[in-house]
Design a binder for this molecule. Structure first.
Ligand code: PLP
Length: 378
């Protein structure tokens, strides 16, 4: 099989998504399945819909267009504020968009009128993470204006935490979002049907059994794909953490000293690396680099250590686990590594379709057992 390669096990992803959909049913929270980490791949979108998500969300209109072209008709939300230059495309393909600027909502309204369509708008509220959002004090005026715009359906409010600044979703900020929904409803007459509380980092708050107030939607990407809670990157019980695996191929393997020699200045990436002397090692090069993956987000499945990376090479200490040239070395990825690998045209994506007649695979303890057809350690 061609390398480097991402193996994406759709049965495990379906299990993860269905498990979260079921757990969030009790507090009355619907799930928007987030497709952006897989560039809106229709195979991922279809499996999320089979798992019971209520709709799909992506931050890029290009990915939404990819899914529409593939014939996916589910409700789709553009989760990043639309570019003013893209409002026609947004109205044509997305049912709903998240918004923070009145002038852009006006442009969406004009585009919707021109296209003879309706477009739903969710207003994002700033609750402390300092990425997108209307300041809470400005929300009321913005809702009043939005409600007046032709061909725009005001659908509700949302927020996004734990992204730029790592602000934790909790009873306080989620309570504020609920109160904002209540006050808009009492002022304008039950106008809020959607209160979207956040992303995968809201799961701990949503599932701890406490009152979730008006929040009736979460947008989940990382938790479904990686089975991790992004607040502490801990595995979520009952979810697969090995649904996606990266494989890269060994192109050099030699016994070498571990300490560089010669005068040392900056490396190719502008840092002066501190390299400790660990004596002679067995060093292996893999044909994958920074252009394809975030090396800091990789965990080898075998007893191998990552020593460094350049644009096109990953450098490993394989003293404890010798590898032969041409063999495939497997890694688990964090979200950052996954994003970059998905985006690299040099990385093949292999989707393993679920076999409906096979019982679903058990959830293995994290990183307990290597999977895939890579070479075993001696
Ligand atoms: C990417 C994104 C999400 C999904 O985040 P995960 O941590 O992957 O669950 C949710 N909301 C918005 C606005 C996003 O951009």
């Amino acid at each position: 099989m061609s390398t480097p390669r991402l193996d994406i096990d759709l049965a495990k992803i379906r299990h993860n998504a269905a498990t979260l959909v079921a757990r969030l049913q009790r507090p009355g929270i619907s799930v928007t399945g987030v497709t952006k980490a897989c560039l809106g791949d229709p195979r991922l979108a279809s499996i999320l819909l089979k798992a019971g998500v209520g709709g799909l969300g992506d931050s890029r209109i290009e990915n939404i267009e990819t899914m529409r072209r593939a014939g996916i008709r589910a409700p789709m939300t553009l989760m990043r504020a639309p570019m003013p230059s893209q409002v026609d495309r947004v109205v044509a393909q997305a049912d709903t968009s998240f918004n923070t600027e009145l002038s852009v909502i006006r442009a969406l309204s004009q585009a919707a009128c021109k296209a003879g369509r309706r477009h739903a708008v969710v207003l994002m509220v700033e609750l402390g993470d300092l990425r997108e959002g209307v300041m809470p004090d400005d929300l009321d005026a913005m809702v009043r204006e939005t409600l007046l715009l032709p061909n725009i359906d005001f659908k509700g409010i949302g927020t996004n935490l734990a992204c730029r600044s790592g602000v934790v979703p909790d009873a306080q900020n989620m309570g504020e979002l609920s109160r904002l929904a209540d006050s808009l409803d009492s002022r304008y007459g039950a106008v809020i049907s959607l209160v979207s509380g956040g992303n995968s980092s809201n799961l701990q708050w949503a599932l701890d059994g406490a009152d979730t107030g008006r929040i009736n939607n979460l947008r989940l990407g990382e938790a479904i794909l990686l089975g991790l809670d992004p607040l502490h990157r801990r595995p979520i019980t009952g979810l697969h953490t090995d649904a996606i695996t990266l494989f890269a191929e060994a192109i050099e393997s030699k016994d070498k000293p571990s300490r560089p020699w010669g005068a040392i200045a900056q490396s190719a990436f502008g840092t002066t690396p501190e390299i400790s002397d660990r004596g002679p090692i067995n060093q292996t090069l893999l044909a994958i680099g920074r252009q394809d993956v975030d090396p800091a987000g990789l965990t080898p499945l075998q007893d191998i250590e990552i020593l460094g990376a350049s644009s096109d090479h990953l450098i490993l200490d394989t003293s404890k686990c010798k590898v032969t040239l041409g063999s495939e070395i497997g890694f688990q990825l964090n979200y950052s590594a996954l994003l970059r690998a998905m985006t690299s045209p040099f990385v093949t994506k292999t989707f393993v379709q679920p076999d409906d007649h096979r019982p679903s695979t058990p959830v293995l303890p994290t990183r307990s057992k290597p999977i895939g057809n890579f070479q075993q350690c001696h």
